[in-house]
Design a protein around this ligand. Sequence first.
Ligand SMILES: [Mn+2]
Length: 344
Amino acid sequence: MVDAADLAAFRDHLDGASTVTITSHRSPDADAVGTSLALARYLRSTGKEVTCVLPDAPDEALDWMPGVQDIVLFDRDPGAAQDALHRADVLFALDYNGLSRLGPMADAARSATGTWLMVDHHMGPEDFPAAKVHDARCSSTAELLWGVIAGLGGKEAVDAEGASLLYAGMMTDTGSFRFGSVTGETHRVIAEMKDRGLDHTAVHEAIFGEQPMDRMKLHAFAVVERMEVYPEFQTAFVHLTAEDMERFNYRPGYTEGLVNKALGVAGVKVAVFAKQSSDRVKMSFRSTGNYSVRDLAEKHFDGGGHNNAAGGASEESIGVVMARLRGLLPEIASGIAASEGNQE
Ligand SMILES: [Mn+2]
């Protein structure tokens, strides 16, 4: 639920603003992009001049999102991105809460002189915003943002397209409404989206329905050749080298969901996916139950996120990262055991 005092602060800051710039995190997912575009639509309906700026491009799987082509990308057009950050009266941080999550765009964001507002559901928010709507128990930023838009009196401005943007964030951040973070409120918000004309089937189809043959082959290859399952530690790893990704003509988004395949192996409670990217190894962590992969990612791989879903990165080679992960197996297993003990 959105706090009335936070809403009042948002309203005050927005009342005096004519130019708004909306930002979200590096490697933006459906929650990041969907909320950026949905908020932009609402604010434009109130007469604001709005620009969405992201550090880099979203997955191709989000190409269907109305307005995605108009987003300014810092890595492609740093001048335009910097300009949008610097001339904004109000800046939004959506779906992240630390400026380092912007990667190379962080410095430009830090030097912005407008007022920051935040809507986010990750733990441990930094205090750079003047006001924030923050709830680490909420399953998506999209769900929180609906509360903000509704609270500001903007329900009517959310049409079927706006609803599809918010729904995409809610759907993907909850593993299609499967995770423990889903609440009655989550489904009440979806009911509101349906009332606004949401075509939920179309959103599922657009994101999960069809996939390029190369992506399917990459997943099959990863499962057969690159998955390591350690039943005695209730843990599975899967990784891809730069050569693996080249072999299957890797495109952004191709590895989405691979970590969940590892988590889906019978008896596995912790899964890690690691892939070589241009300058570093990027990692996704997942768990079921009480064991916090956020702590694991934070302690060993400069990462963060949620208890059951986190990310991290390393400057080491993929071989070194995998060796380090294997070395952590006893620590992970005792962590799982301790978390299950805590539950009783
Ligand atoms: Mn999110």
